[in-house]
Ligand binder design. Structure first.
Ligand code: HEM
Length: 489
């Protein structure tokens, strides 16, 4: 009970918590997603720059003021470098970009960023394009009552495994490959999975003491084995490819990633005499690489499939926008990476608009690592306090996006205020795969629109209800479509 007094004692406005559940009862009862809970709290306190809440027993903050959002994500990033405090010793799988902290994260991010340069993406584009053709072919066999998300998940699985790991999983062509079956198992929205995730994110130390893992042993074993054998076979062959496996093999040959020495902007690491990151090296071994790859797989496959599926839904509901996007794509028969990236602003607007309305990750998290007073407020937080940036709430704020529930691809011609569009986060910890995902999404949609008119099959209750137990904003009920073949001109 004393924990539920935390914000009251600090004089920070907050909604009334319930014993043990804090403000998360609706999540446990599968009534609201975490992003929806954040949105509702955001709307309940329209005049407050910051609002407290309780994630079960853990007191956390929501940043409401747009200037403060920019401070947390970008301008005062050095106070908010981390996003988790999972204990990182003992399990190399946890040494991944998503969970790494401080200078260890910086060093690893610098090593992996070159995998996502324009040159690398251009090189990967033909592979993505070919797999998009496979998707069009698979869909031609069944055009009514199609669960598009299923097929698109096979597409994104083939893309990430081929581009990142040089693996042919055959998810699309074989329908139910082992790879796909294991990924379905990994992402099934069950209560057990959900409860484990909540424990990990709400009480990481307790979760670690109880040996609770983010992924089930079966998932770690299967994907760990696949990634290890991809590394092995690349090392044995003389083949050099421009993919993640190659980058990892090269790093492994060196054997470590050095962590930069003290830098003034990292002073926070030295508070309380904490010198632990100085002159340190992260020893690299296959386990560490499996951890990185695992995150690329997890972060890269379901999110992208959700994003493409929701854009299909919006285009089915907005026929004019669908026609307009198709006409724009038709103007570029030369299907190149550059054309997809630069020359289809309306298609880009459709994707951005869909990600605004249906962000697969509707809530960003940062961990305060150095005491911080929010400018313009009397609120000071101590290291160890979690801060949430409620992206779904910001995306649906009518002051930022007039008529936020409307799908308006044209609104993107004008841009928007800083840090108001956050499907990929923002600042130095922005999604590393953003441009890869955007290329993949646009390529897939362009191919679908050139070949099919996308329509909804039957009635659909709107707005679509998102499953609070799903990893990345998936709908409770599958959405079915009819695809009307467009004859080649
Ligand atoms: C539509 C698809 C995707 C969405 C919506 C998405 C969204 C996000 C978001 C919201 C974050 C947190 C950003 C922040 O805290 O500011 C993130 C981080 C991350 N994403 Fe993505 N992502 C997508 C695709 C991908 C892909 C394809 C990959 C890899 C190939 C990837 C790898 C990562 C990694 C490694 C991080 C952690 C980055 C770090 O902390 O340095 N994501 N993503």
């Amino acid at each position: 009970w004393r924990r539920n007094q935390y914000w009251k004692n600090l004089g920070v406005p907050h909604p009334k918590p319930i014993l043990f559940f804090g403000n998360f009862l609706d999540l446990v009862l599968r009534r609201k997603t975490q992003a929806e809970i954040m949105r509702d709290i955001y709307n309940e306190f329209p005049d407050e720059p910051v609002v407290g809440f309780y994630q079960f027993l853990s007191p956390r903050l929501i940043v409401r003021g747009q200037d403060l959002v920019e401070r947390v994500l970008v301008k005062d990033f050095q106070h908010f470098v981390d996003r988790s405090n999972f204990p990182q010793s003992g399990n190399p799988l946890l040494l991944n970009l998503f969970g790494l902290t401080g200078n260890r994260w910086r060093a690893m991010r610098a090593k992996f960023s070159p995998m996502f340069t324009t040159g690398k993406l251009r090189h990967m584009f033909p592979q993505v394009n070919e797999i998009a053709d496979d998707l069009v072919g698979v869909l031609s066999k069944k055009t009514t009552d199609v669960n598009l998300k299923e097929e698109i998940s096979n597409f994104t699985m083939d893309v990430i495994s081929s581009c990142a790991f040089g693996l042919e999983t055959g998810a699309l062509k074989c329908g139910n490959s082992k790879f796909r079956e294991e990924s379905k198992f990994a992402f099934q929205p069950s209560f057990k999975q959900f409860a484990k995730r909540m424990l990990l994110f709400s009480a990481p130390k307790l979760a670690s003491a109880l040996n609770v893992k983010f992924m089930q042993a079966r998932t770690e074993k299967y994907f760990g084995g696949v990634i290890r054998s991809a590394l092995d076979s690349r090392r044995r062959s003389n083949l050099t490819r421009n993919d993640f496996v190659q980058q990892m093999v090269n790093l492994l040959e060196k054997g470590y990633v050095e962590i930069e020495n003290h830098h003034p902007s990292d002073d926070y690491l030295d508070i309380e005499g904490n010198k632990r990151y100085e002159n340190e090296k992260i020893e690299l071994n296959d386990d560490v690489m499996v951890g990185q790859s695992f995150v690329f797989l997890l972060a890269g496959f379901e999110t992208t499939a959700t994003a493409i599926s929701f854009t299909c839904l919006e285009l089915a509901l907005n026929e004019d926008a669908q026609n307009k996007a198709r006409e724009e794509i038709k103007r570029f028969p030369n299907f190149t990476y550059e054309n997809i990236r630069d020359n289809m602003p309306f298609l880009e607007g459709c994707v951005k608009e869909s990600l605004r309305m249906h962000p697969p990750v509707g809530n960003l998290v940062r961990l305060c690592v150095k005491a911080y007073t929010f400018p313009g407020t009397a609120v000071t937080i101590e290291p160890g306090t979690f801060v949430n940036v409620p992206s779904l709430a910001i995306h649906s704020n009518p002051d930022i996006y007039p008529e936020p529930e409307d799908f308006v691809p044209e609104r993107w011609h004008a841009g928007g205020p800083p840090c108001s569009y956050l499907p990929f986060g923002d600042g130095p910890r922005i999604c590393i795969g953003m441009r890869f995902a955007t290329m993949e999404i646009k390529c897939c949609l362009a191919k679908l629109l050139l070949n099919y008119r996308i329509k909804l099959h039957g009635d659909l209750e709107l707005p679509v209800k998102i499953d609070p137990y799903s990893f990345f904003g998936g709908p409770v009920k599958p959405i079915f479509f009819d695809l009307e073949r467009i004859p080649a001109e």
